[in-house]
Design a protein around this ligand. Structure first.
Ligand SMILES: [Mn+2]
Length: 335
């Protein structure tokens, strides 16, 4: 299996052969995570799986008291030490905010501070953020099956290669440079104006669990704000990780975005026919076919009910023509 995994671009990797096991959106659910990990290790020992792919959003539970995000990410780091590149983790929209130091909330639930506190308290923050920074967005295979977190983004097809070469640190360096030449007090005041005139220190505590001005992470929220004000952030990264697919654009337009993405992923490679993604809850059970060429897979909290969650197994070297051909590879760890 030499050179089976190629990092063609920083955010687009290619997989040539071996059996792939795909798991989506576990959102801090340790019980589900443990089942998938153990299933993979059994399969790997038996020669029935070679690659374990988590398509992102391993972290942030809806219910804070059930959130075991840190335990999961630390276990992934340990797995990567033992199994190396066989463990593939794609970036989700819940991992991304921690790279930049921005907040993520839905309704009343603010996701970011608990995981920030957990990483910091465990003294593993630098290591975890280094992992998040390294994660690809897309994995394509010889089978013509591509994997990503959220689905196809509503971006100009000509800009997709820019997404494949995305560099988070470029934006953060630019923010550092801006902050070195401008007054921090003025930038802070700008941030406060943008957030209902609440004091910066309070916002930093609320969103990132920063304890006060002496906390080494005190300026992170400000830096994240400056970094993510870059126009490319809203134009490329946000739509890539947060796309709501057909719910947002309607089926007709979404089909166009999906076609463009599959075409861009095929460039200089074998034709990519099917996209597998999670991110959005399925209506019933553990999967749904969307816009003909996308398999929406729900392995845990996004399945209805969650115990009807499924993983997908396929041969990375065997070409597939249509989404229906993948369905025989759907299996459960809950029965
Ligand atoms: Mn998501």
């Amino acid at each position: 299996m030499a050179h089976a995994l190629t990092k063609a671009h920083p955010r687009l990797w290619s997989l040539e052969n071996g059996t792939v096991m795909v798991v989506t959106d576990l959102h801090g659910d340790w019980d589900a995570y443990r089942r998938y990990r153990d299933r993979f290790l059994q399969f790997k020992a038996a020669g029935r799986a070679d690659w374990l792919v988590f398509t992102g959003d391993l972290i942030h539970a809806e219910q804070p008291e059930e959130d075991q995000s840190l335990e999961i990410v630390l276990d992934v780091l340990a797995l990567k030490k033992s199994y190396g590149s066989a463990i593939i983790y794609l970036c989700g929209n819940h991992e991304m905010p921690h790279i930049y130091g921005i907040s993520l909330s839905k309704g009343e639930r603010v996701y970011t501070p608990d995981f920030e506190r957990a990483m910091y308290t465990a003294r593993r923050r630098t290591e975890i953020l280094g992992l998040f920074d390294s994660l690809p967005f897309y994995l394509r295979t010889r089978a013509g099956i591509s994997l990503t977190h959220a689905g196809a983004p509503a971006v100009d097809a000509a800009n997709l290669p820019q997404l494949f070469n995305w560099n988070h640190q470029d934006l953060l360096y630019q923010a550092d440079e801006a902050m070195a030449t401008e007054s921090l007090a003025a930038l802070r005041a700008g941030y406060e104006r943008y957030h209902g005139n609440l004091p910066y220190a309070l916002l930093a505590e609320h969103y990132l669990a920063v304890t006060g001005p002496e906390d080494p992470r005190y300026n992170d929220l400000l830096r994240g704000f400056v970094a993510t004000s870059h126009p490319l952030f809203d134009r490329l990264l946000w739509p890539a990780l947060f796309t709501r697919n057909e719910e947002e654009y309607g089926l007709r337009d979404y089909r166009i975005f999906l076609d463009s993405l599959l075409q861009a992923l095929s460039a200089g490679y074998v034709p990519q026919r099917v996209l597998v993604a999670g991110h959005i809850k399925v209506k019933r059970g553990g999967y749904q076919i969307i816009a003909r060429d996308q398999l929406r897979l729900a392995s845990g909290p996004h399945a209805r009910p969650p115990t009807s969650g499924l993983y997908l197994r396929f041969d990375a070297a065997r070409p597939v023509q249509k989404t229906e051909n993948l369905l025989t590879g759907l299996e459960s760890v809950f029965k």
